[in-house]
Design a protein around this ligand. Structure first.
Ligand code: NI
Length: 257
């Protein structure tokens, strides 16, 4: 059985400082592939560099909505250049976050739209971060996202109704360990209606360890096996069958070997 963690931040210091051990534990838990995701220019460079060191590790490069205020024309030029590295398989994470509003909403929309244009030019799929901004995110995707090769809503935290809208557009939904949380009924309802061949798995580590590992403060790819077991049960599927479908989806979506 093999699983791919399609959204992790292995370059964040909590994990990067001990990366060899993190990878060894991941392999022991059947999580055999990783997509390490950048959030700002510095992390993007680190992600590409780290991905270059491991065979089944890939990188996504993008500017997180929190950092949108710092996006200049130069940032975008550098991003586009880096995105052409052979280990880069997606643009992201990008999107809108109106929960924290660390960047103004207009800056966020500007940076998001610009990154969608780059993804289209380079024929790369996009990893969407969307928090308390569903309608606005869909509005921009309706305009600029339809012709993009693939769109995935990462760490999906919306309702079943919202999941249906995402699916109707042909987009994908990715779940973190949050779906295992006691208070996550809303996300479980969404997971219930997402067909198994339209979903992907991720840790978003170092954050949010899944049940029953909530006490482990630093989440890591190895713990994704718990989320896989949980969702396989929710879908009333054998774990190996579930893993096969989800891994095939992930490989096709990101065009991995
Ligand atoms: Ni993330």
């Amino acid at each position: 059985m093999e699983l791919i963690d399609t959204h992790c931040h292995l370059t964040f210091e909590q994990l990067a400082d001990d990366i060899e051990a993190v990878i060894a534990r991941s392999l022991a838990a059947c999580v055999t592939g990783w997509l390490t995701v950048g959030t700002d220019p510095q992390q993007n460079c680190k992600a590409v560099e780290l991905a270059g060191k491991f065979e089944n590790m890939y990188a996504a490069v993008g500017i997180h909505p929190h950092e949108a205020k710092d996006v200049t024309a130069e940032t975008l030029t550098e991003l586009k250049e880096l995105a052409q590295n052979e280990k880069v398989v997606a643009l992201g994470e990008t999107g809108l976050d109106f929960h924290y509003n660390f960047s103004s909403q207009s800056d966020q929309k500007r940076a998001f739209t610009a990154q969608l244009k780059i993804a289209k030019e380079l024929n790369l799929p996009v990893i969407i971060h969307c928090r308390e901004a569903f309608d606005e995110t869909m509005e921009i995707l309706d305009q600029y996202g339809r012709s993009i090769r693939g769109v995935v809503f990462h760490c999906f935290s919306g309702s079943a109704e919202q999941a249906k809208i995402v699916l109707d557009y042909g987009f994908y939904v990715s779940f973190t360990g949050v779906v295992t949380f006691k208070n996550a009924d809303l996300i479980r309802k969404a997971a219930n209606i997402v067909p198994v061949d339209r979903l992907m798995l991720e840790t978003d580590c170092p954050y949010m360890s899944p049940v029953p590992m909530r006490k482990q403060k630093i989440n890591e790819p190895a713990l994704m096996i718990n989320t896989a077991k949980y969702l396989a049960e929710l879908k009333q599927m054998d774990l190996t069958d579930f893993a096969n479908v989800v891994t095939t989806t992930s490989k096709n979506f990101f065009d991995l070997p």
